[in-house]
Design a protein around this ligand. Sequence first.
Ligand code: BG6
Length: 478
Amino acid sequence: IPVDNFDLVIFGGTGDLARRKILPGLFRRFLAGQMPAESRVIAAARSDFDDAGYRAEIEAAIQEFGGPESKDKKGLEAFLGQLHYVAVDATGDGGWDQLKSLMRDGVVKAFYFSVGPSLFGALAERLHKHKIADRSSRLVVEKPFGRDLETAKELNATLAEHFAEDQIYRIDHYLGKETVQNLMAVRFANVLFEPLWNSHYIDHIQITVAETVGVGGRGGYYDKSGAMRDMVQNHLMQLLCLIAMEAPNQFEADAVRDEKLKVIRALQPVDYHHIVRGQYDATESSPSYREDVENPRTHTESFVAMKCHIANWRWAGVPFYLRTGKRLKARGSEINVVFKDLGHSIFEGDEARHRNVLTIRLQPNEGIDLQVTIKEPGPGGMRLIDVPLDMTFAQALGDEAEDVTDAYERLIMDVIRGNQTLFMRGDEVEAAWSWTDPIIEGWTARGDVPKHYDTGSAGPEDSLMLMHRDGRRWREIK
Ligand code: BG6
């Protein structure tokens, strides 16, 4: 279904995110017939391009990052025809009139700030000064949304001077991932899970976001952030919220976000014994974290594992174990809901602990499976084995699964539709920083030093111990 006709302005339209994600994503939506042919995408940045020069840049970017669809030459040409470029001076007056002349009345107007947060204020101000944005315009901003509570509050205040909260779309691209939304469907559209979704039946929950890549060319940014700010404060906490929240009374932006906020506010402060930080070492063929960020004495973490608790009735006593890191043995993001043991087994000789585990796999091989215990087939008597009831989307849905939309393109279409459900509200972001700030401040105050871990491993030994001490273990990163 096509969205309404729109003008989308991308500030930072020549940057990495625009080239890798935003424009290839829009191109796929265009091919899918979702982007009306009269819509305009207007890139605004400092460099001097004309439309033709910019289109050539983006053609190359789409060929590099656009996947198999980029082979559609005719489609690509038609899409490129909808792109425009204006050179604007974010902090001066140059280019704004030209931008204004490209924008039309009577269409959805959206502004994507794909630039550093230090420019948010200047851009927002000029959009109003030049009467380009109005009360119906939408604003999209990217993480990092601040680096702590104070800076996040400042950013929220700056944006609030020019835009109302219902105009602001704070992107956390994890919320645009297919399985993340499926998690809500599984929880709230099935009768099966809700009765068991609490401390009576759930032993613990694990959330793992493992990457094989290092910090790449983003060392400068990353070394000032670390895994806690870069991944936990946003992506992992959002996943935690969706797993732990109460059912909203309807699937609507504020109803969902109110429930997520309650989860964040109920998170208990984390005991520092329950956190492990790590930094990856070099191998013969790949550099260490310190080499990657060109900072030989840095104590920034490229890995975090932690145990936390949510202080409410549903989750009393249920640990949530989170971990994320770079240069680990495999790329795999999943949530595991590990159910309790049966109190008593009726099967003789059944010493193994059999547990039901619900796995929600974000990537790769998006899907959901439920580990159940059955009798091993064959004449060997009543021997029990654990098998998955597997619902890999590619398998279950066949061709339809190929249409699994990339997170960014889905979220951009939601902006045009005016649906804020999958975007973070200002108070949510602030609450998340309120929880992570004391952890980070604690590290600084104690002079905490991350543990080293081998590139290609599952992280520091201590992160395994975090679980072993509790008689549990991490699900393998495959
Ligand atoms: C980004 C982080 O938000 O998410 C990166 O800044 C990280 O450091 C990336 O690599 C992971 O996203 P994905 O979609 O590849 O899991």
